[in-house]
Write a protein that binds this ligand. Sequence first.
Ligand code: ZN
Length: 240
Amino acid sequence: MEDKLNLLRQWINESCTAVFFGGAGVSTESGIPDFRSPDGLYSQQYTDPPEEVLSHTFFLRSPKEFYRFYKDKMNCLAAQPNTAHLKLAKLEQAGKLRSIVTQNIDGLHQKAGSRRVWELHGSIHRNFCMRCGQSIPAQAVFSAPEVPRCPCGGMVKPDVVLYEEGLDSNILEGAVEDIRRSDLLIVGGTSLAVYPAAGLLRYYEGRRLVLINQSPTPYDDYADLFISAPIGQVFGAVVP
Ligand code: ZN
């Protein structure tokens, strides 16, 4: 393990356009459950399956039920960045990390100080009126008694990519471009099973692909370095 951490440390030092690509596992140490882990959000009891509740169709058809679930399960406004978030922010400030591509919607990378963050699935921190487009604070959305409404009366929608919805093309293109140009790609806290995670890796043209995950992924053999450990522990050890 020590050899692997030393190698990762060396690669980070030698890199100037590194990109970190992260999934739910990055935020579990901040107390945010992994959607798809066995004891995670998706296997908990709720009347409708979460994949259905968090779909575009369901949102439009039953906004009250959508928001009951959303406010109950997706409120991570009080969560704090963990070691992985903080060390990644430090790497960006030191000019070692070009950007972060994340599947998470909790905004913890920004809370830790990171600036260039491609949020593939959006963010709970951005919410807009569907009628007039006005921005509504997340706090107001989560504290609304039922369906959050704009002062104009329009319904508010979180800027979160729901099932059936496409990814924002500007964000996707930005992420692809950074990955394509990077000389070190560190992938962490994702099983790479969720669209478009695995697809994004194909754009990487460098020779140093690092995977950090507690459980095996289909890409372990494909990686130039695979570290099986909690992501916060790895960055805590590698970044001073
Ligand atoms: Zn409005």
